[in-house]
Design a protein around this ligand. Structure first.
Ligand SMILES: *Cc1c(COP(=O)(O)O)cnc(C)c1O
Length: 460
């Protein structure tokens, strides 16, 4: 085969947007353990889950049989407004690093919400509308998920209530205005609009809130109205499923030029972009068709894979969600105030957790000053101002490329560039001012988080 020269950007046509998502859960030989009802410790039934989530998302959540699941034409029509996303050959970065490695990145920041989260927001809003629901609720910490969902809800004419962690809504007032522009109601959490919020306000007057508290408020609000459901932007299998468009498009684009990645890298918060990016490549690895190295990159301040335990734990800190078997730092773990808001989660996608446990991928933890060093280098070479979350993947990609420089190996590296960092300028300011610090939890601090893991038989 004669190899065509690879352009700076590989664009696919609209027709090449996938018509089906790739269900990594079906490709896995060892399935992850089911969600458990914390009261009965029995697997959650579809009926139980459907009280909180949209019916079709529950069906996808529990589907570990169908390798491909059709993307409804309506969702593809929305995808066409901002997809296919470009796959970029990082020629300028390669040259600046003086590496024999070839570096590619899949850029998901090319939409107004600024991240990959829109891929699942659109799908979840579509299914809510199709079910005849009038409204959905969610929580948002850093704001990317709330923004993506408000765009999707505006498109499908759904009311949206976003419980935004109070400190974030004060620190990022413009994020809030983007959501309001798309018609969402943004409520700083804790609020007096729910039982859970009132209770926390009474107990801790003046608190800045937390993600766990915002989840409790959003879930309470959803279950107290029959035409409302709660939607989540990461962690769950159906979110990983929706994000498989990232990996499917990447694979088609690379195959067009006869390129095969040796290493695939993504940042991991709840695991959805990473799970989606690696999905079709990992499926083939499980079938013995490739030997790709997969690397998940997490912040050293919130190291759920590299230092967490693989046990059943709550998905939220208020302990109201089902129990998931996953790598976790304990639902009571309070990560330090690092700038990668989207990666500050105590647990990890059950799919990614199972892959890690089976030894099919590895994980690295990186400190934020090193992450911003990479972000700055990337901005100055490739031009894109990356989100702090995405910059974790950049850090690892640069490190792998520098290893190639030492060994002379000509590896092909693919990484996920999940979003842009325009709302994170306070973080960039700290970095530029030289006042950014790294906080890595001590073993004693981690022990406190582990103590919050529910005391249930963990052998199942
Ligand atoms: C939310 C977010 C992440 C992390 O979420 P995952 O579910 O782990 O993908 C990464 N990058 C950006 C830009 C985000 O907004």
């Amino acid at each position: 085969m004669t190899k065509k020269p690879v352009p700076y950007k590989i664009y696919l046509s609209e027709e090449e947007i996938p018509k089906q998502w790739y269900n990594l859960n079906a490709a896995m030989k060892v399935k992850h353990a089911p969600f458990l009802n914390p009261a009965t410790l029995q697997p959650c039934s579809a009926a139980e889950l459907s009280q909180v989530f949209c019916a079709e998302c529950v069906e996808q959540e529990l589907n570990d049989k169908d390798l491909y699941i059709d993307i409804p034409e309506d969702i593809r029509a929305f995808y066409k407004m901002y997809r296919p996303s470009p796959l970029v050959r990082a020629y300028v970065l390669e040259k600046a690093l003086d590496t024999p490695a070839e570096i590619y990145y899949k850029f998901e920041g090319n939409n107004t919400s600024g991240s990959h989260k829109l891929n699942s927001a659109v799908a979840q809003a579509y299914y809510a509308k199709k079910q005849g629901l009038k409204s959905v609720t969610t929580e948002t910490g850093a704001g990317q998920w709330g923004t993506a969902l408000s765009m999707a809800c505006a498109f499908y004419g759904l009311d949206l209530r976003v419980y935004m962690v109070k400190v974030s809504s004060e620190q990022k007032p413009y994020r809030k205005e983007v959501m309001r522009t798309y018609g969402a109601t943004v409520i700083p959490s804790p609020s007096d609009s729910t039982e859970a919020g009132r209770k926390i306000l009474k107990e801790f007057p003046g608190t800045g809130g937390s993600l766990g508290c915002a989840i409790s408020e959003a879930v309470e609000c959803a279950v107290s109205s029959p035409s409302c459901r709660y939607v989540l932007g990461s962690v769950l299998d159906h979110v990983v499923l929706h994000q498989s468009v990232i990996g499917l498009e990447s694979k088609v684009a690379m195959e067009k030029y006869g390129v095969q990645p040796d290493i695939v890298i993504g940042c991991v918060g709840g695991g959805s972009n990473f799970g989606g990016l690696i999905a079709p490549f990992m499926g083939e690895k499980i079938q013995g068709k490739n030997n790709i190295e997969f690397i998940g990159v997490e912040p050293a301040s919130c190291p759920s894979l590299t230092r967490g335990k693989y046990v059943y734990d709550f998905c939220d800190s208020a302990k109201i969600t089902p129990l998931a078997k996953m790598y976790t730092l304990g639902c009571g773990f309070m990560p330090s105030a690092s700038h990668a808001g989207g990666l500050r989660y105590h647990g990890m996608s059950p799919i990614v957790s199972a892959l890690y446990h089976e030894g099919l991928m590895r994980a690295v933890a990186v400190e934020q000053t090193k992450v911003f060093e990479a972000a700055e280098f990337f901005a100055r070479t490739e031009g894109i101002l990356p989100a702090p979350e995405s910059s974790h993947a950049i850090r690892a990609a640069i490190d792998e490329a520098l290893k190639c420089k030492e060994t002379g190996e000509k590896k092909t590296i693919l990484f996920g560039l999940t979003g842009t960092g325009y709302f994170d300028m306070a973080a960039y300011k700290q970095y530029n001012d030289g006042t950014m610090t790294d906080t890595v939890p001590t073993d004693e601090e981690l022990a406190k988080g582990f103590a919050s893991i529910p005391a249930i038989p963990q052998n199942n």
